[in-house]
Design a protein around this ligand. Structure first.
Ligand SMILES: Cc1cc2nc3c(=O)[nH]c(=O)nc-3n(C[C@H](O)[C@H](O)[C@H](O)COP(=O)(O)O)c2cc1C
Length: 376
């Protein structure tokens, strides 16, 4: 089990500091503005505008300073997969697929961001609409389908920002999630991932292998023992051949819908292949926990995230950390700082948020940091 690891962001049961005035104000302002924000367009275009706004913050020293004053300092540093993370909470994959705001996320208090998922080939993703908010539930259903400009285009953008591996130019640990191009048959998937890894590795502090998104046909099959063995072994070897002295750490992100046996198998494969850590979990194809008021959307195809995923992801992380010493990033249904505490209690060493940020805004990040700061 990992929970007692000296550098983990250990849960703070006692003496949790109360939110400061700025954090309370940020939370109240976001809550007051949220209905208006949610009405200003369809979910996807609001999302794009929000990410672009964070990008503008990142591009201006003045705005970065202002944002930092509002979000407050980050929590204690955490060591994970040989990297030093300057705080316990990161932004999950999918929010900033193209790295538009790569330079802005640290100002919101994040210790890391997982850009992507990108694929070897540029692709448009699924037809719109493909992103649905379930506001009463506090959830989202998405079937984006890896819409992205391709791994080479992301690498080019990061190059234009002057972001290099290990350089900390974005003020945080920068991971890149890679997936399979839709047109690539499963039998050629490994080469497809290798192409992406080669493109982004010079700009990424870690690489996340995404084999768990439900929106690319057949992708989750890559979690099966045979596929995963070949994929993980090849990508770790590729990372070593690119940098034999200090290879970029390769992580694997898993789906919450795997059976216990399949999880155990995947863990065995990852350990043997030299995977540096696990990310759990991606969205679920299940629909339990959706509120009556949101039932009209329940049959939309795609992955469900947010509040209904909370217990499932936490249980998954607890099971994972009981079976392996590989460090785990816990993600799924973290809507409040207390949810993050429980994810740490389950054994996660770091946490990531996505849907919670949509519903609760940047005060969620400040709140998690506040509870993991100093020698509390
Ligand atoms: C709109 C949307 C797009 C996503 N895209 C990706 C993706 O490209 N790659 C990935 O690994 N996970 C993706 N995810 C999954 C999240 O990274 C996260 O694992 C999941 O949403 C659970 O966390 P949450 O409950 O905090 O949202 C996406 C989630 C959402 C809501």
């Amino acid at each position: 089990m990992n929970p007692g690891h000296p550098t983990s962001a250990a849960p703070l049961v006692k003496g949790v500091p109360r939110p400061g005035m700025v954090e309370q104000l940020t939370r109240s302002c976001y809550r007051a503005a949220r209905p208006l924000l949610f009405r200003t367009g369809d979910a996807e275009s609001i999302h794009e505008r929000t990410v672009a706004a964070v990008g503008r913050i990142g591009g201006s020293a003045l705005l970065r300073g202002l944002a930092r004053a509002v979000t407050g300092p980050r929590g204690d540093a955490v060591e994970f997969a040989g990297l030093q993370f300057p705080g316990p909470v990161g932004l999950a994959a999918g929010m900033d697929k193209f790295g538009v705001a790569a330079q802005g996320w640290s100002s919101l208090g994040f210790s890391h961001v997982e850009l992507g998922t990108v694929t070897a080939r540029a692709q448009p993703g699924n037809p719109k609409p493909r992103l649905f908010r379930l506001p009463t539930t506090g959830a989202v259903i998405n079937r984006m389908g890896f819409n992205n400009p391709g791994a080479a285009a992301l690498a080019e953008r990061l190059r234009s920002y002057g972001i290099t591996r290990g350089g900390n130019q974005a003020g945080l640990v920068l991971g890149v999630s890679i997936g399979k191009s839709k047109v690539t048959p499963l039998e050629e998937a490994v080469e497809d991932y290798v192409t992406s890894l080669r493109e982004v590795a010079p700009h990424a502090d870690y690489i996340a292998i995404n084999v768990s998104s439900p929106n690319t046909p057949g992708l989750r099959t890559l979690q099966d023992k045979g596929f995963l063995t070949e994929l993980a072994t090849t990508l770790v070897a590729e990372a070593k051949s690119l940098d034999p002295v200090a290879p970029v750490p390769v992580l694997v992100k898993l789906a919450p819908d795997l059976t216990t046996e399949a999880v155990a198998e995947a863990v065995g494969v990852c350990t043997d292949a030299g995977i540096a850590g696990l990310i759990a979990t991606n969205t679920t194809i299940e629909r339990r926990g959706v509120a009556q008021a949101d039932r009209a959307l329940v049959d939309q195809a795609g992955g469900l995230s947010g509040a209904p995923l909370r217990r499932r992801s936490r249980g998954f992380v607890a099971a994972l950390t009981a079976m392996t010493d590989l460090p785990v990033i816990g993600v799924g249904g973290i809507m409040t700082p207390a949810d993050a505490d429980r994810m740490f209690e389950a054994g996660a060493r770091l946490v990531q948020v996505y849907t919670g940020l949509i519903y609760n805004g940047p005060a969620l990040v400040s709140g998690i940091n506040r509870r993991h700061r100093g020698s509390l």
